[in-house]
Design a protein around this ligand. Structure first.
Ligand code: F6R
Length: 613
């Protein structure tokens, strides 16, 4: 949800800002802008559309200056256009600001400022904040950082901001509340951004600002951090653990395809040091002494959104089945507002790729307030959710740039599978032979994912058959029902084909009315325990002339013969099938979207990391 980048140092800011914005474009891409400061003052350029359009617009006369701020936007207040794009300037044009998040009381603030004679150009909440800082500064004759601090005390909502002022060159002021901001520390230079992706090629030393903290970076005085309440803080410098290569497409047409193909490695990475087949061991060090607490918990509540919610549903199937602990999976956005009953006997697990999703973060905060143990399964190291939890486990999938989540999903599922195994062993609810088989098979899953990827050309062929349809139905049973939901979500978000996921048996209770020769039905038919029932569901679709695409295991005969198309995946233990069955669905959506001419990595209306409600 919007990307911020800023630079202060001895290099020209413009090329660094543009490169940084391109790295951040996956966070929002409906408009972009920069402001650069030099001896003549602030020069701001803003453009609707992609960063490339901004670059083309600035073209041959890039602004000179060694300090600047940039932004790539995902619109909240005001349509995407040149005027609403950031940075926003104060009334006197001396101060510019980029902002992620939402200022909820902006209308009240705007009305009060208008009374003081302020005029606004845009429809945004951000411009109001720029004017508010100017007003506070002018009234009190305050230094920039003090004006920002006092202005932010009047703001209700979420923000990550960077402010630059021509009256105080050699300085940037940044602040955060519920929206991430990272400060990279170089040699006599600073790189500020909403995540580490534009920073990594310049420095590995970073400080993650905490909520309600303000940082001043200055060429003369270095970095100083204080809270909005004016308490001085000692910033903690982290070492970034991220490879630059993971931010490049490396020869793939899209990040999404690259990330699908990375899954043999990322699943293996999620298990590295955690699984030992010879010793018949699974351990999740990050959860350490919380494992006993989970085993004794009244129930586990998983809170998440979107794809992460789907992986949570798979976790529910596995943990309840193997470890016999009650699990509830909640949409974080509903959980946080419905006054849920939570006690200190509950364990709440937040699942999030970004670790920044506003609803998931708020759900976790609520759970903590009510005394629950708060755990996390997160991808982005150092993210807000990771820092809020009592303990947790990273999935180690590396940066996920494609807006549609793929490798993070399988990383989450691998982690939840390990968690189910750890809990089951501890509680003694699993037969030791079965435990051993599952551990050995889980360790072998990356090889089997490689095998699924070998069916790429066949999946592409099937994509051609579906690409012009308007609807699709995905069916699955047991732990493959959430995979059906995930397959449907992938299709709709990147190809804009309407798709629904259902438990296969639910089809008779309504969706069957939709089936005719125009309706492709994608059925995950790998569950041995429900094979005959799934076969009957397929017959019901065929009887109504629906087109059946079945995901089956390699030696399958009966369902493959019934289906119009069969996609084969290697056989595995049933609880592990989601790690394989989701891969062809990801590829299918990818190829359909490409064939429909969609921008797979930057689908319309979406953005990675939903840091606003
Ligand atoms: C779908 C997708 C989203 C995210 C959701 C939660 O492909 O990516 O549905 O899963 O916005 O995001 P995280 O996992 O970052 O909390």
């Amino acid at each position: 949800m919007c990307g911020i980048v800023a630079y202060l140092g001895s290099q020209e800011a413009y090329p660094l800002l543009i490169k940084g914005l391109k790295r951040l474009e996956y966070r929002g891409y409906d408009s972009a802008g920069i402001a650069v400061l030099n001896g003549e003052g602030l020069k701001a350029y803003k453009r609707k559309g992609k960063v490339q359009e901004l670059e083309d617009f600035i073209h041959s006369t890039p602004p000179l200056g060694k300090a600047g701020i940039g932004h790539t936007r995902w619109a909240t207040h005001g349509i995407p256009n040149d005027i609403n794009a950031h940075p926003h300037l104060s009334g006197n044009g001396k101060l510019a600001l980029v902002h992620n998040g939402i200022i909820e009381n902006y209308a009240l603030l705007k009305a009060a400022l208008e009374k003081e004679g302020h005029h606004f150009q845009s429809d945004t909440d951000t411009e109001v904040l720029a004017h508010l800082i100017e007003e506070v500064q002018n009234r009190g004759q305050l230094p920039l950082e003090e004006a920002v601090r006092i202005a932010l005390k009047r703001v209700v909502g979420a923000y990550a901001i960077v402010v630059i002022s021509q009256d105080e060159p050699g300085k940037l002021v940044a602040a955060r509340k519920a929206s991430p901001l990272v400060i990279g520390i170089g040699k006599q230079e600073f790189f500020l951004a909403s995540d580490a992706t534009p920073i990594i090629e310049h420095t590995r030393k970073v400080v993650y600002l905490n909520d309600e903290e303000i940082a001043v970076v200055s060429l003369h005085d270095g970095m100083k951090v204080k809270t909005i309440q004016n308490e001085v803080q000692t910033p903690f410098i982290h070492e970034l653990d991220m490879e630059l290569e993971s931010l490049e497409k490396s020869g793939f047409d899209y990040f999404m395809l690259k990330e699908i193909y990375e899954q043999p490695t990322t699943i293996a990475d999620s298990m590295r040091g955690r699984i030992n087949v010879e010793e018949n061991l699974v351990r999740l060090g990050g959860l350490g002494n919380h494992i006993d607490k989970i085993c004794q918990a009244r129930r586990i509540i998983i809170v998440a959104c979107g794809t992460s919610w789907h992986s949570g549903l798979i976790g529910e199937y596995l943990i309840e089945d193997l470890a016999r602990i009650q699990v509830e999976v909640e949409y974080a956005s509903e959980f946080r507002y419905r006054n849920p009953i939570i006690t200190d006997e509950d364990v709440v697990i937040a699942i999030s790729q970004s670790g920044e999703t506003a609803d998931t973060l708020a759900a976790l905060e609520l759970a903590k307030e009510k005394g629950a143990t708060a755990l996390g399964i997160v991808n982005v190291v150092g993210s807000s959710i990771a820092r809020l939890t009592d303990a947790g486990a990273y999935i180690h999938a590396g940066p996920e740039i494609g807006v549609a989540s793929t490798k993070a999903f399988t990383g989450q599922v691998a982690l939840l599978t390990m968690l189910a195994l750890v809990l089951a062993k501890k509680k003694g609810t699993i037969n030791p032979d079965y435990f051993h088989r599952l551990v050995a098979e889980l360790a072998n899953i990356p090889n089997k994912v490689e095998k699924v990827l070998e069916y790429d050309a066949e999946i592409k062929y099937i994509a051609r058959e579906i690409k012009d349809r308007h609807n699709a139905l995905y069916l699955g049973r047991g732990c493959n029902f959430p995979v059906a939901l995930e397959g449907a979500l992938k299709l709709k978000e990147i190809s804009y084909i309407h798709a629904e996921g259902y438990p296969a048996a639910e089809m008779k209770h309504g969706p069957i009315a939709l089936i005719d020769e125009q309706m492709p039905v994608i059925v995950i038919a790998t569950n041995k325990s429900a094979y005959d029932k799934i076969a009957s569901n397929i017959q019901e679709v065929k009887a109504r002339k629906g087109m059946v695409i079945a995901v089956v295991t390699e030696r399958d005969k009966a369902i493959s013969e019934m289906a119009d198309f069969a996609i084969r995946i290697p056989d595995t233990e049933e609880p592990l099938t989601p790690l394989l069955s989701v891969i062809p669905l990801q590829l299918l959506s990818y190829y359909i979207a490409v064939m429909r001419g969609c921008n797979v990595d930057q689908p319309r209306n979406l953005a990675k990391s939903v840091t606003v409600e």
